[in-house]
Design a protein around this ligand. Structure first.
Ligand code: IVH
Length: 669
């Protein structure tokens, strides 16, 4: 594609999408199906990524202010979603309690709760069915994220017990710490940018377009507030207890997650307890919330412009300690990226001893203007490794030397390069720099990659030190005698390892492609490339234009793929792996037919004989296409249990054939 063509198409798409948006949001008309609209938007995103110089400042692909994006319908809250007034000071909590006592003239009962650090959500249930889930947005209107909220297992789709016919429940959606850490580990493996903290990740996840990805991310929730007209409930605590009966995950599940008290001492005890204990929770909280329990009293106390008078949040100060920055180490990863790590004088932080802190890259060192032996402030966020957030300049020594980022690789001494627009310095000595060579082998053997049984990082180290392996192809030349000669390698372990390597010839092409460690080719991209090109030769000979044809492949990946294949060393490596018997083309699955050729399907709900992914795979294997949203162009809706009533209604109104699981199986027969 020439630059002129790109500019023309970007102009045309931008105009079209703006028009459709105007029609949709202002005039409430929809002249295009959601699916087709998404396709236009995706095409524009691809073009803008490849020709950023032509993207308009107000392109419809960019977010427009506030919390509202074009992707989700905006919904006006039936009851405004207010925020809480908050404080970091215990005195202000005492003042607040005194004030309320004076205004109300009655004895007050308080409910103390955790302040979950996630994203606020309001979920409406009609006749016991989840009907709509909306984000807080600006408090008056939010975004309809129902499709994504439905994937959260702790949020019931259908209620049990004696629930009101129409009400809204509010609470917080968050990402548990173990899921957050797992997600970042995966991203590291895929050479993707790491997420900063669980809260932003939860918020970003909730607004993703692909609800399948949302489901995999493992979001969780706590729900704590009931809203509706004429509800037969008198106080907040009872509301939470009722919600628990209806099937919601409420904070009653563990001791002291929610607590009633009549006194300021009780409130303070709750605050002190959780300030100490929060480090042991499997999710993040940023404070506690104190609410007047009785609804009538709540009503009497009323609201200020932004928040209720009957509730207040006490926020914990992020624990921050001061310690001495003793030195900076530099670690080289498998891609050659160099990461600085601070060595600190050991200090206690959040119940653990901290000796190291992440510094991310040279910009970070520059921004903090770090000097050797500086007194630095260290904080612990959602990350596993704590971070340096500032310097106590009063304590800087007059003689202190500024920390200069290294110019040469600490491992192989070759010159480091920092490319424009990239955050990291790189060691370019890919073919000889030990941590890069070892890192590539470790990536190759990892469980989520080639999953070589009997081989771990320690053995790789050993084999490397002995000079037995330099690349992944060398693994396949190892023999029993070489292995048993190693320290701590018994006959059984050696056999295991050889067996593990032998078994790896069965691993499908897409995983082998991922295992090669091509920069920016993570698990998903490898799958897309394998599916599109079918074998390694076609990828190797693909032109830039052909590469960017593939869904999700942009300039950055295309260039990296071409660079990889232009290197003779990589071609030799592939040849050796081919000789070892590894898969370099996709094997077409059996049972393929063209029965569903050209037909588009929307799959919704839960199925008995298959998982949703298996059903989708079956559709594709038989020539059909999966689409995410129902439009006039959809041929079939495959309806499992619990399919949303709105979807069903839409399908019916468009006259689309609705298939049950059994009918679908019959169709394939
Ligand atoms: S009550 C009208 N309770 O904090 C008061 N909020 O700053 C409604 N939050 O938007 C909120 N834990 O996202 C309440 N136990 C809790 C909470 C909580 C977290 C969040 C919520 C809200 C924000 C208010």
């Amino acid at each position: 594609m020439t630059k002129e063509q790109a500019l023309k198409e970007i102009e045309s798409l931008t105009g079209q999408i703006h028009n459709y948006n105007q029609l949709y949001y202002v005039e409430n008309k929809s002249e295009i199906s959601d699916y087709d609209f998404d396709q236009l938007l995706k095409r524009l995103e691809v073009l803008e990524a490849n020709f950023p110089e032509f993207a308009f400042d107000n392109s419809p692909t960019k977010r427009v202010g506030g919390d509202l994006t074009k992707k989700f319908e905006s919904v006006v809250h039936r009851f405004p979603m207010l925020s809480l007034s908050n404080t970091y000071s215990e005195e202000e909590i005492i003042d607040w309690e005194n004030r309320l006592k004076k205004i109300s003239n009655e004895s007050l009962e308080f409910v103390c709760e955790l302040k979950y650090d996630g994203v606020a959500i309001g979920i409406r249930y009609e006749n016991g069915q989840l009907s709509k889930a909306v984000t807080r947005g600006d408090g008056t209107q939010g975004e309809d994220v129902t499709i994504n909220v439905r994937t959260i297992r702790t949020i019931p789709l259908q209620l049990t017990g004696d629930f009101p016919a129409d009400f809204e429940i509010r609470g917080e959606i968050f990402m548990p710490l173990d899921r957050f850490q797992k997600l970042n580990e995966e991203r590291e493996l895929n050479q993707e940018q790491l997420f900063a903290n669980p809260r932003n990740t939860a918020s970003g996840t909730l607004k993703m377009q692909d609800s399948k990805v949302v489901a995999e991310r493992g979001l969780d929730s706590f729900l704590y507030g009931i809203y509706g007209n004429d509800l037969p409930i008198e106080n907040h605590f009872d509301a939470v207890q009722n919600a628990s009966q209806w099937g919601f995950k409420v904070p009653l599940m563990r001791e002291r997650f929610i607590e009633k008290t009549n006194t300021i001492e009780g409130i303070m005890d709750f605050i002190h307890y959780w300030d100490q204990q929060r480090q042991h929770l499997p999710f993040e909280i940023d404070g506690v919330v104190i609410k007047v329990n009785n609804y009538q009293q709540q009503q009497q106390l009323g609201f200020t412009a932004k928040s209720p008078r009957w509730a207040i949040a006490y926020k914990f100060k992020t624990e921050r300690v001061e310690t001495i920055l003793e030195s900076v180490d530099y670690q080289v990863g498998r891609t050659g990226a160099v990461t600085p790590v601070a060595n600190l004088k050991a200090v206690q932080l959040g119940g653990t001893t901290v000796k190291r802190a992440s510094l991310h890259n040279s910009d970070q060192i520059e921004k903090l203007n770090l000097h050797v032996l500086d007194a630095v402030y260290v904080e612990k966020g959602g990350e596993i490794i704590p971070k340096i957030v500032g310097v106590n300049l009063d304590k800087r020594l007059a003689t202190a030397e500024k920390i200069e980022f290294i110019s040469h690789c600490p491992e192989c001494h070759s010159l480091l390069i920092k490319r424009e627009g990239e955050a990291h310095h790189f060691c370019m000595n890919e073919l000889a720099c030990p941590p890069q060579l070892k890192g590539k082998i470790e990536h190759f053997i990892a469980r989520k990659v080639m999953n070589i049984d009997g081989l771990g990082a320690e053995t790789v180290d050993l084999l490397f030190e002995k000079g037995l392996i330099r690349s992944v192809a060398d693994l396949y030349d190892l023999n029993f005698d070489q292995l048993v000669a190693l320290d701590r390698m018994a006959d059984k372990s050696a056999n295991n390892l050889l067996q593990g390597l032998k078994a790896s010839v069965e691993i499908p092409f897409e995983r082998v492609l991922f295992a090669l460690g091509i920069r920016f080719v993570g698990e998903t991209v490898a799958k897309k490339l394998a599916k599109f090109f079918k074998n390694i030769e076609s990828i190797q000979s693909a032109s830039y234009d052909e590469l960017i044809q593939v869904d999700e492949i942009g300039e950055r990946i295309a260039i990296s793929v071409q660079q990889f294949f232009s290197d003779d060393a990589n071609l030799m490596l592939i040849n050796r792996l081919k000789e070892a018997g590894l898969q370099f083309s996709i094997v077409e699955k059996e049972g393929v037919t063209a029965l569903l050729e050209g037909k588009s399907f929307v799959v919704s709900g839960v199925f008995t004989s298959f998982s949703r992914d298996e059903i989708k795979e079956l559709i594709e294997l038989n020539g059909g296409k999966n689409v995410s949203a129902i439009s006039a162009k959809t041929d079939f809706v495959l309806a499992g249990d619990n399919m949303g009533p709105a979807k069903l209604k839409k399908a019916e109104s468009l006259g689309i054939t609705i298939l049950s699981e059994d009918a679908f199986i019959q169709l394939l027969k």
